[in-house]
Design a protein. Sequence first.
Length: 49
Amino acid sequence: MALTVLGIDISKKDFYVSLLTESRGTKPKKFTNNTQGLESLQNWLKQPG
């Protein structure tokens, strides 16, 4: 089973995430802290490796 870790740092305007997987290392990304930003995060997480 592959280990995947998602770290999230939330502020009023934006939130930053860092995705760590066994296959691709750390992949940082910034999103706007609103509904559209959360939907963008969801779509980003669905993308293949």
